[in-house]
Ligand binder design. Structure first.
Ligand SMILES: NC(=O)c1ccc[n+]([C@@H]2O[C@H](COP(=O)([O-])OP(=O)(O)OC[C@H]3O[C@@H](n4cnc5c(N)ncnc54)[C@H](OP(=O)(O)O)[C@@H]3O)[C@@H](O)[C@H]2O)c1
Length: 306
């Protein structure tokens, strides 16, 4: 069995060592143009040439949960794309969102600023019932985040494409229920995949429907957000702030207004990192299942785009 590794931004050696240890029967090499076609591939943002050179590939494993870099390529419709399915990401995402939410709710950002000035000051406690948290995307990551947020007794709402029942979460589905979901949300968390339907979904019209004093946590993809619209709503005080982990252009360019905006907290696309051991174990297990003719989770639907 031949496995090609074609991952921009990943140091190949430790991944090859991990994959070789997990699949000793396989020949695993870094892809170079013109290399023999593979049976399986492990990829992150591969070039079109890589796809074009794989006529009989059995599955392409993406080293992330979001497959938008792959779906932008011209893909044969029968090509089986498999995304990472948690693999240690959901608990990291829960940490990130709960941290951003509580930092905002308890006003720890203000305390941090006061402390720098040597100021001993109290802020009035706020009511968590007045901070309903709405999670866009109730998939692997969204549901784990919902569970973590509910632990802190915030009201939790969720919005997905198809109707869902999730313990402790008021669920909304589809475009028709989006306005009601937004109107009842104060802290909005985006955990949607980036598709043609969700691109630009955080815009002037949708964000204006959040409760006054709303807060936006975007941990999905930069292209979900219309950046100018966010700034406008922050500057007009409809929104109280935003925690942003992902951006239209990454790294966020020097001089971009988000770096210095007093209501925006920026992190460098680090909310949920791809963990090597967990990812290798998951991919190896799925390859073995496919070899035995068994079904696997995390297969991307080309039409839905996630
Ligand atoms: N910042 C980071 O470090 C980081 C790390 C990992 C992942 N991510 C991002 O997180 C995203 C989510 O990952 P995941 O594993 O949770 O994905 P997932 O399991 O595929 O879940 C996606 C969720 O979004 C919903 N959805 C998709 N299209 C929709 C639409 N048009 N309208 C309403 N809901 C829609 C789906 O609805 P259904 O349930 O009805 O299908 C599902 O609930 C990834 O795509 C990636 O972009 C970011």
């Amino acid at each position: 069995m031949k496995i090609s590794f074609c991952c921009t931004d990943f140091k190949a050696e430790p991944w090859l060592a991990g994959l070789r240890a997990a699949l000793p029967q396989a020949e695993i090499e870094v892809w170079t143009p013109g290399a023999p076609a593979a049976d399986y591939a492990v990829v992150w943002a591969p070039p079109q040439a890589f796809i074009d050179e794989q006529p009989n590939i059995k599955a392409v494993f993406n080293l992330g949960a979001g497959v938008d870099a792959l779906t932008q390529l011209k893909l044969p419709p029968q090509m089986k794309l498999v995304r990472l399915d948690d693999a240690g990401m959901s608990v990291q995402m829960a940490e990130y969102v709960v941290h951003a939410l509580i930092r905002h709710f308890r006003e720890f950002d203000h305390y941090e600023r006061d402390v720098v000035q040597g100021k001993w000051s109290y802020r009035r406690p706020r009511l968590r019932e007045e901070f309903p948290v709405g999670i866009m995307g109730l998939g692997v990551l969204g549901q784990r985040v919902a569970q973590a947020v509910a632990q802190f007794e915030f009201p939790v709402l969720g919005w997905s494409r198809s109707p869902k029942t999730v313990d402790g979460v008021r669920c909304f589905a589809g475009a028709a229920q989006l306005p009601e979901f937004l109107a009842e949300t104060k802290v909005l968390v985006c955990l949607l995949p980036l598709t043609t339907e969700t691109q630009g979904i955080l815009n002037r019209t949708t964000l204006a429907q959040l409760q006054p004093g709303g807060y936006v946590i975007n941990v999905a993809r930069g292209a979900h957000l219309v950046e100018e619209d966010l700034i406008e709503l922050l500057d007009s005080d409809h929104l109280a702030g935003a925690a942003l982990d992902v951006f239209r252009q990454e790294p966020l360019p020097a001089g971009h207004p988000f770096w210095r905006h007093p209501k925006i907290t920026v992190t460098p696309h680090t909310a949920a990192r791809t963990l090597r051991d967990e990812s290798v174990a998951q991919i190896a297990q799925k390859i073995m299942r496919l070899e035995r003719g068994e079904p696997i989770a995390g297969v991307v639907d080309h039409i839905r785009g996630y």
